[in-house]
Ligand binder design. Structure first.
Ligand SMILES: *Cc1c(COP(=O)(O)O)cnc(C)c1O
Length: 383
């Protein structure tokens, strides 16, 4: 007999060297009363939409013996219409691509434009999946700098790009986990620097706008015009309240859409997914109404946390980064103390800081009460 049937330890498997000793993406999924840790939308889809999904999925089910529309034409048409209507720039079907979550969109971009011998650059702390998907596709990862207030240090960023000449640059705006938006000017400077560093064919610049709908600023979508390697990535997971659906999309020049089609799996987006997403897009206005409520709650979290005495990073997303606790141990202790009070927030490993997702007004009140109690405790201990 060949092979070793008793292998149970990952390290003993012949996995790729760059995956050895690494951990998977893993926000804790704990069953606690107030869950404000994964930037989900707290509002369930409205009942009329649930009924419409059932209708559209029923129609789709009658044709499940067939493969789905491989190019998701109807869905991409509706996503293009949605962007054109809400993001300040008209885009056509040929400029939009959809996949199972924006994570799959990002993976397809890395498969097409990254890979062994190539590198991607991000400005950390930022969305950990940018580095993880890079690694998963054999793309080298470069960590770029940020200022103390978590904005991008444009001058240092341009210098990093000039020095390392990355094939791909990630700009997350609003940035997860800090909430900070990136200005149009900064994106343009980084784009120019990335093109100058690779004069032959340029470099891909991916603007991850997963939280775009929550921002105080307009979308960066108009910047794709006349910039063949600028890609805007979006998702239905946050603003559309449909994290369970798994639909993300990009807008870029039509050639970028052609490029990802070289690496996408055939029929990657199921007929059920396409039908459900189309139903959700019919209810865009209702769903964007919830976004307005969440933006108001986000702003309330910022001001109340400041009133409690916390430091808070300016937020353009549906979450707020707060601190500043005593280093990594301090923020983790507060994370645990909040959890003990039934409130789950996120420790993203940014020393001294935690992240809380804007929930319903009731959830946010419970969170704020818990923070008041925990900071009072901490103060008593240190007095
Ligand atoms: C949540 C999030 C996404 C969304 O991922 P999906 O795969 O679409 O659920 C993408 N980028 C960032 C920065 C996020 O925080």
């Amino acid at each position: 007999m060949t092979g070793n049937p008793s292998v149970s330890c990952l390290d003993e498997l012949p996995i790729r060297d760059e995956l050895r000793g690494k951990s998977p993406y893993g926000a804790p999924q704990l069953d606690v009363p107030v869950q404000l840790n994964t930037n989900e939308n707290p509002y369930p889809l409205p009942e009329e939409l649930v009924a419409r999904i059932a209708e559209r999925v029923t129609e789709a089910a009658r044709e499940l013996n067939r493969y789905p529309d491989r190019d998701a034409v109807e869905l991409r048409t509706q996503l293009a219409r949605y962007l054109s209507r809400t993001a300040g720039h008209t885009v056509a079907l040929e400029q939009v691509w959809a996949a199972n979550g924006s994570n799959e969109v990002l993976q397809q971009l890395l498969q097409a434009f990254g890979g062994p011998g190539r590198t991607a650059l991000g400005f950390e702390p930022s969305y950990s999946m940018h580095a993880l998907i890079s690694r998963g596709t054999g793309t080298g990862w470069l960590s770029g700098p940020r200022n103390d207030d978590f904005t991008i240090d444009t001058e240092a960023a341009v210098a990093t790009i000039a020095e390392h000449k990355p094939d791909i640059v990630f700009i997350c705006s609003p940035n997860n986990p800090t909430g900070t938006a990136v200005s149009q000017e900064t994106v343009l400077e980084l784009y120019e620097a990335a093109q100058a560093a690779r004069p032959e064919r340029g470099a891909l610049v991916v603007v991850d706008e997963a939280y775009g709908e929550f921002s105080h600023h307009p979308s960066l979508l108009p910047l794709i015009e006349g910039r063949p390697t600028l890609v805007l990535s979006r998702t239905m997971s946050k603003a559309f309240g449909a994290a369970g659906l798994r639909v993300g999309y990009l807008a870029a020049a039509p050639a970028v859409v052609d490029a990802v089609q070289l690496v996408r799996l055939p029929y990657h987006l199921s007929a059920v997914t396409q039908a459900t997403a189309l139903a959700a897009l019919e209810h865009t206005d209702t769903l964007l109404g919830y976004v307005e409520q969440l933006k108001a709650e986000r702003d309330r979290l910022v001001s109340e946390l400041r009133a409690i005495g916390c430091e808070v990073t300016a937020s353009d997303a549906n979450f707020v980064q707060f601190g500043r606790f005593d280093g990594a141990a301090g923020s983790h202790a507060v994370w645990e103390a909040l959890l003990a009070r039934g409130v789950l927030v996120r420790d993203n490993g940014v020393p001294g800081w935690l992240r809380v997702t804007a929930g319903t007004p009731e959830e946010n009140d419970a969170f704020l009460d818990a923070v008041r109690a925990v900071t009072k405790e901490l103060k008593e201990k240190s007095d």
